[in-house]
Ligand binder design. Structure first.
Ligand code: ZN
Length: 80
């Protein structure tokens, strides 16, 4: 109840699914951030804090890049 709004625990930014950490072996290795072409994983264990950046496969990139173009074409086609 005494938790201050400004006080944000960086661990809150680490979300699941949690897998086994390659460094400490604990099952608290979650997802920190997802970008267009890569994502970051971080261990939630304060004594470990192991962080890795993983590049997404080329296929995933194409899906992300092509989706808005398809939507736009579909929208224009429906109007004309
Ligand atoms: Zn760890």
């Amino acid at each position: 109840m005494n938790r201050e709004i400004e006080k944000i625990d960086p661990r809150d930014f680490i979300t699941g699914p949690f897998v086994k950490c390659p460094k400490c072996g604990g099952n608290e290795f979650g997802v920190l951030n997802i970008y267009d072409d890569r994502y970051m994983r971080r261990c939630r264990n304060r004594n470990c804090w192991h962080t890795v950046t993983i590049n997404l496969p080329e296929l995933r990139k194409k899906v992300i890049l092509h989706r808005p173009v398809c939507d736009k074409q579909h929208h224009e086609g429906a109007e004309s």
